[in-house]
Design a protein around this ligand. Structure first.
Ligand code: NAD
Length: 465
């Protein structure tokens, strides 16, 4: 690990990056990480780290984001712990060769997909849930038997420093390494060859990652962001909808990739819905201890409150504390920045639409979202939304919670990302499923070899058909 920065967060010296990757490759080459007991030991070590060091991690998150201990437990620690437990329970099953049906033309024979680790992989995390977005993919990467280089975000420097210090104490340090620093270190890291890159962050940087990966033909998973819409139909339970949407918007002060970004509500219930939403949003924002991560993000979100042509309710903000009150922007211009950019803050635009069909058309006119939410008491309306839109995930009458179901794949589609993880999907993401066909030698039909006479040709045509 390199020299400490002014604020105490370490930065990996550029020349260390290549050394670290070479070291991880040597460990992978030793074959040690392929053994299931080794993988279990690492996962148990990670669980122990979370159990024993939760207070330190919570302090680091508080320093970086202002979040309190219970918020960090719920948003970062608990989901990683539950992923580790779920993985430990299923590891043998996931790692087992998977039998595949063999067609009659290839009988006798046994076909299997054998999961094998990809090798040395890179995980680049974002700052908004700095433990979750680094350790959750790490669980899958280790479970699949890889060696891992972890690059936490420089915007959560205390967590990055804590991970760099703690991970080597609980995990095999020759198999899992942490590099810290900003764009320059990321750029150094991305110049190296990996066997998989798992990136969480913005769509813009996702493009940078994909370009770098292309140079080495490295497969990537891109967990990106974008605008996640909420559709509220006229028959929705408006009280519950307002409460849940407001809560989901304020978790981590709106700095969540699957936070509701804007609401499309049917005209007929707009006034009742907006009234309830305002009350709930202000309550939720007040109860949320988190602040904007830094001045640049604070200024960006405050900047979105101008130039949209709609009405703003709320919107008070204080640069000294980096706090922005829960804010509703009604009927903004769809071409204005607040309706074009991912908000990533406690500001919620609400647009009214004449019908569900208009809401669906609005969503389909824009990039495919990471998450899409629909609040409705009509099964038919819900089915319409699910079947006629495309998004990474859908939440019906709830927000955010889809990511806590271990076997639901988590990932985007189109501009919101590619690939997914969580549970078995995560294990498979970090595995190569090798196709193996095993043929016995006792039967070796002559007719399968050339020259193919008329009888053999007839049989082959009929059977292979
Ligand atoms: P970001 O793209 O700015 O940074 C993410 C990571 O990329 C950081 O580790 C950073 O050091 C690195 N990075 C930044 N610029 C780089 C460059 N030019 N070259 C190489 N690496 C670079 O994203 P962020 O601000 O940390 O996170 C916010 C974004 O992430 C939002 O768009 C949000 O929706 C998205 N996000 C997505 C998920 C998800 O699971 N899909 C989760 C959280 C956040």
């Amino acid at each position: 690990m390199g020299k400490p920065e002014e604020d105490g967060a370490p930065v990996t010296a550029p020349c260390d990056v290549a050394d670290e990757v070479a070291r991880l490759r040597r460990t992978f080459g030793s074959g040690r990480t392929r053994s299931l007991p080794w993988r279990r030991e690492q996962l148990e070590g990670l669980l122990r780290l979370l159990d024993e060091r939760e207070p330190e991690l919570a302090v680091a998150i508080e320093q970086d984001l202002g979040r309190n201990a219970i918020g960090s437990f719920m948003g970062d620690i608990a989901p990683v712990r539950s992923e580790i437990r779920h993985t430990l329970k299923n590891l043998e099953k996931w790692a087992r060769p998977r039998k595949v049906r063999v067609p009659v033309t290839q009988q006798p024979g046994v076909a299997r997909e054998i999961p094998e680790p990809k090798g040395t992989v890179l995980v680049i995390g974002a700052w908004n849930f700095p433990i979750l977005l680094t350790l959750h993919p790490l669980v899958s990467a280790i479970a699949a038997g890889n060696t891992v280089l972890l690059k936490p975000s420089e915007l959560s420097p205390h967590v990055a420093a804590a991970l760099a210090t703690l991970l080597p104490l609980y995990l095999d340090p020759s198999a899992v390494a942490v590099v810290t620093g900003g764009v320059d270190v990321s750029t150094q890291v991305l110049a190296e060859r990996f066997d998989h890159i798992f990136f969480t962050g913005s769509t813009r940087v996702g493009q940078v990652v994909l370009e770098a990966a292309a140079k080495h033909l490295t497969p990537v998973t891109l967990e990106l962001g974008g605008k996640s819409p909420v559709i509220v139909t006229a028959d929705a339970d408006l009280d519950v909808a307002a409460r849940r949407i407001a809560w989901g918007k304020c978790v981590n002060n709106g700095q969540a990739c699957i936070a509701p970004d804007y609401v499309l509500v049917e005209d007929s219930v707009r006034p009742q819905f907006v009234e309830r939403l305002l009350t709930r949003l202000q309550e939720s924002a007040k109860a949320e201890p988190t602040r904007m991560v830094n001045e640049a993000h604070f200024d960006r979100v405050v900047g979105l409150l101008d130039g949209h042509g709609g009405d703003v309710v709320g919107g008070t903000h204080d640069r000294a504390t980096l706090k922005i009150a829960g804010t509703v922007v009604t009927d903004p211009d769809p071409d204005s920045p607040v309706m074009q950019e991912e908000i990533f803050g406690p500001v919620l635009p609400v647009m009214s639409v004449p019908s569900l069909a208009d809401a669906v058309a609005f969503v389909n006119d824009r990039p495919k979202p990471l998450a899409l939410y629909v609040f409705s008491n009509s099964g038919r309306s819900v089915d319409t939304v699910v079947s006629s839109t495309s998004s990474g995930s859908v939440g019906v009458n709830q927000v955010l919670y889809q990511m806590l179901v271990p076997e639901l794949p988590f990932g985007g589609v189109g501009e919101s990302g590619m690939g997914s993880y969580h549970g078995r999907k995560g294990f498979d993401t970090f595995s190569h499923l090798k196709a193996v066909l095993h043929k016995p030698t006792v039967i070796d039909l002559a007719l399968t070899y050339p020259p193919y006479g008329p009888i053999a040709s007839r049989i082959l045509r009929r059977v292979m058909g």
